[in-house]
Design a protein around this ligand. Structure first.
Ligand code: SF4
Length: 149
């Protein structure tokens, strides 16, 4: 297993590439109508958890820290640790990972087809390799690893 890179020596261009993937995704003419029902943020209900590459996890963790928080809360109901209980607000919305930007519930139009975004997935994978990541990891694990570095 590759040794994790200390965050202090991470090339900022790699994180910029992840943000660029998010921007390019937003430009794709794939119609969805998300009403922020947040069903997809309840992993136990959907049976699906977003998997994050390391660059995505670093950006999400930075957004979490920027919101004045450090530790991830334990969520016994199986919801995303970034979801504010009660309001249903995502605490890291601008820094949310790729899966949250492509995996919509049925009411919103359903998940993007892999073929529609495979080029963007490959770019995230390349950043993951450059950051000595371990490949995509389930959101809580991916974030915990970054927060502990
Ligand atoms: S990161 Fe935000 S959008 Fe994604 S599952 Fe968590 S709360 Fe929902």
């Amino acid at each position: 297993m590759p040794r994790p890179l200390p965050q202090s020596i991470i090339d900022p261009k790699l994180l910029e590439e992840v943000k660029s993937v998010y921007r390019d995704l937003a430009q794709r003419p794939i119609e969805r109508n998300c009403e922020r029902r947040t069903e997809c943020c309840h992993f136990k209900i959907t049976g699906e958890t977003p998997y994050l590459t390391k660059g995505e996890a670093i950006i999400a963790a930075k957004a979490w820290k920027a919101s004045g928080r450090s530790k991830l809360p334990e969520r016994k109901n199986g919801s995303c640790p970034f979801l504010e209980e009660g309001s249903g607000k995502c605490h890291i919305y601008e820094g949310r990972p790729f899966g949250c930007r492509t995996h919509f519930c049925k009411a919103a139009g359903g998940a993007y087809a892999r073929r529609e975004v495979i080029d963007l997935i490959r770019r995230l994978e390349r950043v993951d390799i450059a950051l000595k990541g371990e490949g995509p990891l389930a959101l809580p694990i991916a974030i915990q690893k970054v927060l502990l570095q």
